[in-house]
Design a protein around this ligand. Structure first.
Ligand code: IMP
Ligand code: MG
Length: 177
C-alpha cells in the first residue's frame, strides 16, 4: 500500500470518462484521416493506451523519448533520446503528452516534427497547467486543467515512482524533502 499521497486529484472513474470522451472527439475530427499518435515517453504510456482504445477509426502509433538539457530550459533546448521509427511526412500527427507544464518540451517537439512536413500536428494532453506556461504552446485536446501542484500517477512519476497508481494524486510535501 502506497501511503505517500496527500489527496486524490482525479479519480479512476473521472479519468475513464474524460479520456473516453476525448477519444470520441478525436474519432470525429480525424475520420478518413488515418492519424498517427506520437506518444512522448514515458509519462504518456497509460493515457495513450486508454485514449487509443477509445478511438474507433483507423490510426497508427509511434513513440518518442525526450529530455530537457539541464540548465538550458530557458533556451528551449530539448534532447531527443528516441526518435520516431515511422515516417510522418504527409501524415496527420497527434502528439500525446502526460502534462503540459512550461510548454518548453512540446514547443520544441512540435517544431522538430514540423520539419518533416506532416499534413498537420495537434497536441492531446492528459493534463494542462496553464498557470506555468513559458512557451507559446496550446493543447488542442486537454482532458483536465490542473492547479500548480506536482501530480503523480496514471503514468506520471516522481523519481520514477508512482507511475502505477490508477488515479492522479498530489504527493505529500515530506516526500520531496
Ligand atoms: P514542460 O516542458 O515544462 O511542459 O514539461 C513537461 C514535462 O515535465 C511533462 O511531460 C512531465 O514529464 C514533467 N512534469 C511537469 N509537471 C509534472 C507533474 O506535476 N508531475 C509529473 N511530471 C511533471
Ligand atoms: Mg512527459
Amino acid at each position: 500500500m502506497i501511503n505517500d499521497i496527500e489527496r486524490v486529484l482525479i479519480t479512476e472513474e473521472e479519468l475513464r470518462a474524460k479520456v473516453k470522451a476525448v477519444g470520441r472527439q478525436i474519432s470525429r475530427d480525424y475520420r478518413e484521416k488515418d492519424p498517427i499518435f506520437v506518444g512522448v515517453l514515458k509519462g504518456c504510456f497509460i493515457f495513450m493506451a486508454d485514449l487509443m482504445r477509445s478511438v474507433d477509426i483507423h490510426c497508427a502509433m509511434d513513440f518518442m523519448a525526450v529530455s530537457s538539457y539541464s540548465g538550458t530550459t530557458s533556451t528551449g533546448a530539448v534532447k531527443i533520446n528516441k526518435d520516431l521509427s515511422e515516417d510522418i511526412q504527409g501524415r496527420h500527427v497527434i502528439i500525446v503528452e502526460d502534462i503540459l507544464d512550461s510548454g518548453v518540451t512540446l514547443n520544441y517537439l512540435k517544431s522538430f516534427l514540423q520539419q518533416r512536413e506532416p499534413a498537420s500536428i495537434r497536441i492531446a494532453t492528459l493534463m494542462d497547467k496553464p498557470s506555468r506556461r513559458k512557451a507559446p504552446v496550446y493543447a488542442d485536446y486537454s482532458c483536465f486543467e490542473v492547479p500548480d501542484a506536482f501530480v503523480v500517477g496514471y503514468g506520471l512519476d516522481y523519481n520514477e515512482r508512482y507511475r502505477n497508481l490508477p488515479y492522479i494524486g498530489v504527493l505529500k510535501p515530506e516526500i520531496y524533502a
